[in-house]
Each structure stands twice: as structure tokens, then as C-alpha cells.
Design a protein around this ligand. Structure first.
Ligand SMILES: [Zn+2]
Length: 355
């Protein structure tokens, strides 16, 4: 396998020194959907030392058109994306230390993952205590991106924003202390509109955003700071439009995330919703307060089964049909309720089934 990285090493800006820098780095990817599976595969093939992936969802048939790590078998088994991704990535490159967490990217979890590596007491997810060098955004919602932005500023870790919908995509690289942050950009760029997949999406738009994010990631991992793109890039592959906006003047000294007196507003747990309508999915996520020890899925499955509900389960989750909706419950107590956009209806179904 000594030839494994030969083509990447032959590329002069990387070389053998760059390759060993890549090997020394720990990359965190938030989301294992379309962007996340592509970025994770590129980082794994490039030979990063350690990769941590966080995803809250499981594989469905509608993912297969663009989420390159998953197969029909993953759909049949209703595997969580994190579990399916970890299995596939380990088969691609066994030298990379891969940890995939089936979890919602909450501020608490991010503090534990990123803060632990930043020198404080090691959290339960810090593993080897290897600090995180780079965060890749592969989420599908505004709230999580703004939270990643605050985490990046608080712990001074670069992150790469990426989003796509339809045939349109965009990306921006944020280096704390150097570039404006995502919060600074809100006045100039319509980022909030880029969070929903109701307009559908084509795989090449995903691939293009992954290419932009992964190229920036390699530059950061080999510490070629001169090469890092400073502009905000966007494109529409169907309309053949490409543009880069200069952002050097966008940095706001009064910004609450990266300014002179930051408060990191998006890390405030009270600002985070506990139940959310998932974009374009006709699905509500319910996230209960953190419970000690989590949920015993076997006990729950047999009690729902004895009440006459149709229950399907695997080691990670349980799926139950209820009055025209389908609830999928994870071991941490979190649930996805499919077939409704109504938060109150979803909450009451959750409470009825979980007691
Ligand atoms: Zn800012």
C-alpha cells in the first residue's frame, strides 16, 4: 500500500511533507448526507489521520441518488447513516481512525468534541485526545451551521461552509482571526434560503460543492494558507453561472461571533429548538432533554409490540407505525416522526408512544 498516496504526493503543493501533515490531522464532519458522505470519502482516501463524523439520520431510498457511501442494503436494514458510513469508510482506508456518532449536533456535543481536544479535560468522545484541526459543514440547516460557526470562533478552528439545492451550490472558507465569519456574511449573502431541499437536487451540484470544500480542506491540512480561497463562491450548473464574491470588507468588528466582544449566541442551548420540522421531509424531529443511560430499545419494542403496534427494530433504532405516521426512535431517546409537519401533533404522538 506504499503507492496508495503516490499521485497526491506527486502534486507539488502537497508533496511528501504535505502528505505527512495530512496524516497528522483530525477532521470533523457534521452531517453524513450528500455533502458529508462525499467529503468523508475524499478525506478518507486522502489519508487523514483521524476522522470524526456526526449524523442524526438513517439511510432511506431517496438518499441513494446522491449520497455516495450508501447502498440498497443499508436502506433495507434502516442503518443509521453514521453506522453505514463508518463501515464503508473503514473498508476504503483501514489506516484512518474513524469514529461515527449517531447523534444530533447539539452545542453540548460540539463543546465535548471540539472543546475537549482544545486543551480542557478530555470528554468521552475525545478518543485519543487528538485535537480537531478542521470542521467540514455537511448539515442541511441554518441553526446547526450558525452553531458550528460559533464553535469555530470560540476554539479558533477553521471550518468550511457548503450548501446546495437544485443545481445551485455555494461554499466559503472561514479561518478565525483572518476571514469574516458566517454571522458577518448574513447581511450580504442569502444563506438562510439555502437550507431546504424542497426544490429537489441533482447529484452534480452536490459533487461540485464537495470538490470546493475538499480542495479547501487539503490546502488547510497541508497548511498552504496562501492558497486558501478568500471569496464566497457560488455556481448554478444548469444555468452555467459561476461567481466569486470578494468578502474582505465583510468582517464586522461588532459581530457577536467573531467581533471584539463575542458572546457566541448560537451556543446558547436555550436558543436551540427542541423539536424541528426537517426540511422538505414532512418529518418532525423530537429531541428530549438528555437522559441518563438513554433508552432500552428492546424493552420499548416489546411493550409497543404487546400493545399491538407494528414494530421493526435493529440495534440502533426502532420504527413503529402510528395513525398514519411512522415514528423512528433512536437509543438516545431522539425520534423522527414521518408523515407530519405539525410540531404539536408530533410531540403528542411521541408522548403517547413513549409514555
Ligand atoms: Zn463574524
Amino acid at each position: 500500500m506504499s503507492e496508495r498516496y503516490s499521485r497526491q504526493v506527486l502534486f507539488p503543493p502537497i508533496g511528501s511533507i504535505g502528505q505527512s501533515k495530512i496524516r497528522d490531522k483530525h477532521v470533523l464532519i457534521i452531517g453524513a448526507g450528500a455533502l458529508g458522505s462525499g467529503s468523508a470519502e475524499m478525506m478518507t482516501r486522502a489519508g487523514v489521520g483521524r476522522l470524526t463524523i456526526v449524523d442524526r439520520d438513517y439511510v432511506e431510498a431517496s438518499n441513494l441518488q446522491r449520497q455516495q457511501l450508501y447502498t440498497e442494503e443499508d436502506v433495507l436494514e434502516k442503518l443509521p447513516k453514521a453506522a453505514a458510513a463508518e463501515k464503508r469508510l473503514k473498508a476504503i482506508n483501514s489506516a484512518v481512525e474513524i469514529t461515527a456518532l449517531i447523534a444530533d449536533a447539539t452545542p453540548e456535543l460540539m463543546e465535548e468534541l471540539v472543546g475537549a481536544g482544545a486543551g480542557s479535560a478530555a470528554g468521552s468522545y475525545s478518543g485519543s485526545g487528538w485535537p480537531i484541526d478542521l470542521i467540514l459543514d455537511a448539515t442541511d440547516n441554518f441553526e446547526t451551521r450558525m452553531m458550528l460557526n460559533d464553535i469555530s470562533q470560540k476554539y479558533q478552528i477553521p471550518w468550511i461552509y457548503g450548501a446546495c439545492v437544485g443545481s445551485f451550490g455555494m461554499s466559503f472558507t472561514i479561518i478565525p482571526g483572518v476571514t469574516p465569519c458566517l454571522n458577518c456574511l448574513l447581511k450580504t449573502v442569502p444563506i438562510q434560503g439555502m437550507t431546504c431541499d424542497t426544490g429537489g437536487i441533482i447529484a452534480p451540484a452536490v459533487g461540485m460543492v464537495i470538490a470546493h470544500q475538499a480542495a479547501e480542506a487539503l490546502k488547510i491540512l497541508v497548511e498552504d494558507w496562501e492558497a486558501v480561497r478568500s471569496g464566497f463562491v457560488s455556481f448554478d450548473l444548469w444555468r452555467n453561472q459561476y461567481s466569486t464574491m470578494k468578502m474582505s470588507k465583510a468582517k464586522d468588528p461588532g459581530c457577536l461571533s467573531c467581533g471584539e466582544a463575542p458572546t457566541y449566541p448560537y451556543l446558547d442551548v436555550d436558543n436551540m429548538t427542541k423539536s424541528t420540522v426537517l426540511c422538505g421531509r414532512d418529518t418532525v424531529q423530537i429531541r428530549p432533554p438528555k437522559q441518563e443511560g438513554g433508552l432500552d430499545l428492546n424493552v420499548l419494542a416489546s411493550s409497543l409490540d404487546s400493545l399491538g403496534y407494528e414494530v421493526k427494530a435493529n440495534p440502533y433504532l426502532l420504527s413503529v407505525e402510528y395513525e398514519g405516521t411512522r415514528m423512528v426512535i433512536f437509543a438516545d431517546g431522539r425520534a423522527l416522526i414521518h408523515g407530519t409537519k405539525d410540531l404539536n401533533q408530533a410531540k403528542s404522538i411521541y408522548q403517547r408512544l413513549l409514555g
